[in-house]
Design a protein around this ligand. Structure first.
Ligand code: PGA
Length: 253
């Protein structure tokens, strides 16, 4: 059985007090309201991680995630945060290759592959993001575009390493725009991604990988999107900033 995961990507939002309040609400509401086995991951800004970790404590099914990491172990890299540092404050997941990092900070797949290696070497699970911009979707080349991101970012891994990855498909035209991929579009791409993984690693390995959908996922569309057989959860931006919405998305499974 693949893991069901709903990860909240807080991006550059919330000051420390607001972040602590959000984390407390989510932990409490999860304990009170969620019966299933969906993993909730809180990908908070770096400076909130220690506080959010102490709020999570040993809460069942709630985990700490970061939004980025450096590819190097340590050294003279001003302003950067290493995987070992993240590990030392209790981070278990890290988002790698979000489209905002690709677009605004020039991160390409060759560089992202190094971050994936660093995360795996340091014992943190990468949530590797892929997804096409609107012009690629309109040109009908989105399957090639997104599968190439996987090839270039992940296919250097061994099968045992790949099993430790979580994938997130986020069509860029749906991020923060209020425009979601339809459940059929999401399932179609997720199926292609799983087939692509199977072409390199075999069907058994591909079946183990959780593939999350991201892009304007909200309480009122989550159930439909999650119904896709290859959709194993969501990577949630805007709606993860409201505890009620985030919990309702988790409950959509
Ligand atoms: P959104 O962001 O839910 O606000 O569209 C998703 C993401 O960028 O991870």
């Amino acid at each position: 059985m693949r893991e069901k995961i709903v990860a909240g990507n807080w991006k550059m939002n919330k000051n420390l007090e607001e972040g602590k309040t959000l984390a407390s609400e989510i932990v409490n509401m999860y304990a009170d309201e969620v019966n299933g086995d969906v993993k909730a991951i809180l990908c908070a800004p770096f400076i909130h991680l220690t506080s959010v970790k102490s709020i999570i404590g040993d809460a069942k099914n709630v985990f700490l995630g970061a939004q980025n990491c450096n590819d190097k172990e340590s050294g003279a890299y001003t302003g950067e945060i290493s995987v070992a540092m993240l590990k030392s404050v209790g981070v278990q997941y890290v988002i790698i290759g979000h489209s905002e990092r690709r677009e605004y900070y020039g991160e390409d797949d060759a560089f992202l592959a190094k971050k994936v290696d660093a995360a795996l070497a340091g014992g943190i699970t990468p949530i590797f993001c892929c997804g096409e911009p609107l012009n690629i979707r309109e040109a009908n080349t989105h399957f090639d575009y997104v599968t190439k991101q996987l090839t270039d970012g992940l296919f250097h891994l061994s099968a045992d390493q790949l099993k430790k990855i979580v994938l997130a498909y986020e069509p860029i035209w749906a991020i923060g725009t209020g425009k979601t991929a339809s459940s059929a579009q999401a399932q179609e791409m997720h199926g292609k991604l799983r087939d692509h993984l199977a072409s390199k690693y075999g069907g058994e390995v591909a079946e183990l990988i959780s593939i999350l959908y991201g892009g304007s996922c909200k309480p009122d569309n989550a159930a439909e999107i999650f119904a896709g057989k290859d959709v194993d959860g969501g990577l949630i931006g805007g709606a993860s900033l409201k505890s009620r919405d985030f919990i309702d998305i988790i409950k959509a499974f």
